[in-house]
Design a protein around this ligand. Structure first.
Ligand code: NIG
Ligand code: FE
Length: 411
């Protein structure tokens, strides 16, 4: 048998446990186990003895001895704004002094400040910033990430951002899923309706022609884009082949979740101020709720009510929301906050950062599960159990990462 499989990609063996995500979000836990990857896809998981007899480590392109370690699916981070220039560490300090996110934005800071920095940056600067953030994400076990445009707020810079996102996807081990978010803020000196006209008439057709964005997102928020304006943007995006996503009820409740449900959006994200009706609407419409506990943490805000969504049967996903206002690339930290601040169990946080996160990005069935036939996207922990991801808060539990069965990171 070993000759027949002599071309296989990888075997991770002698793991203390290998964790898979099963149907309905339960975990499969294999002890003293091995996982074999052939042609980039999971071929077999089971006890180390039989798996390594069929797939001997010495014949593998990559062999990882995981003695004493836990093995989990690579994280899928379904909501980030990871492409930007500069940082806003001074705003972090201002927020600690009591300034609100909205006050900073109203003074031309926040998103608008990052827009100025991005417009001044070259393609190469943007790409190199993004590469360094993707490296950090990968080192923390993230193997797929969604990245939004939205720091251009004009056609040329939005297209440039999407182009850089596509180049990063080509060149970096992490898979990148691109989202167009021209309606991320109202540019300085512009009227919101007038800017929405530009997004609908000019930006969306140009983005569709460029052909890079899979999703179209909007900041449906008090003082930013109303439900009506958001609907115009998302309907135009859909007409041009982009699937809707919504930033909903992040700073106030204005109805973005109901809009997401009405349009059949793939996800509604943030949901800090979601109501009972909103929870019922996402469950009925099959919209994936994406919760971003790092954002609430950074804003000093109340966390979303994860328990209410879970009790209603919603497939909660979690994400980092990595951006200059929420400066963490770590899905492990998001998992810690999910458990400690949102009442989720370690098991629920793992499913939320893998399988459900894949659903929030319309990925192929089985993404983020490590089931046979799915991509060999794997994180090996420097710890004996998956629980250490949220338990060891503030510390990266990930040691080795495989993407499609190739070792792409070793601590
Ligand atoms: O998801 N709310 C809008 N967008 C981001 C923040 C982006 C920024 O502040 O630069 C979010 O929180
Ligand atoms: Fe966001």
């Amino acid at each position: 048998m070993s000759t027949q499989n002599s071309e296989f990609t990888a075997v991770v063996h002698d793991a203390a446990e290998i964790v898979t995500i099963e149907e309905e979000g339960s975990l499969g836990i294999y002890e003293d186990a091995a996982i074999a990857v052939v042609d980039g896809e999971v071929a077999r998981i089971g006890a180390t003895g039989p798996v390594t007899r069929e797939y001997p480590p010495e014949d593998a392109q990559f062999a990882v001895d995981a003695t004493g370690k836990a093995v989990i699916p690579g994280f899928i981070d379904p909501h980030t704004h990871a492409l930007f220039a500069g940082d806003r560490s001074d705003e972090f300090e201002a927020k600690l002094q009591g300034k609100t996110y909205q006050e900073i934005l109203a003074e031309g800071g926040g998103i608008l400040r990052t827009v100025r920095a991005v417009r001044e940056a070259s393609d190469e600067e943007l790409l190199s910033n993004l590469f360094s953030h993707l490296d950090t994400m990968l080192a923390h076990g993230t193997t797929t990430v969604e990245i939004k445009s939205g720091y251009g707020l004009d056609t040329e810079t939005e297209l440039q951002m999407l182009d850089v996102i596509a180049r990063a996807d080509d060149q970096h081990a992490v898979d990148v899923i691109p989202t167009f978010m021209g309606a991320h803020a109202v540019p300085e000196g512009r009227d919101a309706d007038d800017y929405v006209d530009e997004v609908v008439r000019e930006q969306i057709p140009a983005v569709a022609e460029q052909g890079i964005a899979q999703f179209c997102d909007v900041f449906c928020e008090e003082g930013v884009f109303s439900v009506e304006q958001s609907r115009r943007v998302l309907e135009a995006g859909e007409k041009h082949g982009m699937t809707p996503k919504v930033h909903a009820e992040e700073l106030a409740h204005i109805g973005g979740t109901q809009l997401a449900a009405e349009l059949g959006a793939t996800s509604a994200d943030h949901l800090l101020y979601a109501t009972r009706e909103d929870i019922d609407a996402v469950v009925e419409s099959g919209v994936v709720p994406v919760l971003l506990p790092g954002t609430a943490f950074g804003l000093g805000a109340e966390f979303a009510d994860a328990r209410a969504f879970l009790d209603a049967g919603a497939p909660i996903a979690i994400a980092t929301d990595f951006n200059p206002n929420c400066y963490s690339q770590s899905m492990g930290f998001a998992a810690s906050l999910s458990c400690v601040e949102m009442g989720m169990t370690p098991k629920e946080s793992l499913v939320a950062g893998t399988k459900h996160a894949g659903m929030a990005l319309d990925m192929a069935d089985g993404a983020g599960t490590l089931q046979p036939g799915t991509p060999g996207d794997i994180a090996v922990l420097d710890a004996p159990s998956y629980v250490h991801v949220p338990y060891n808060f503030g510390v990266n539990a990930v040691e080795t990462v495989l993407k499609n069965g190739q070792v792409v990171h070793r601590a």
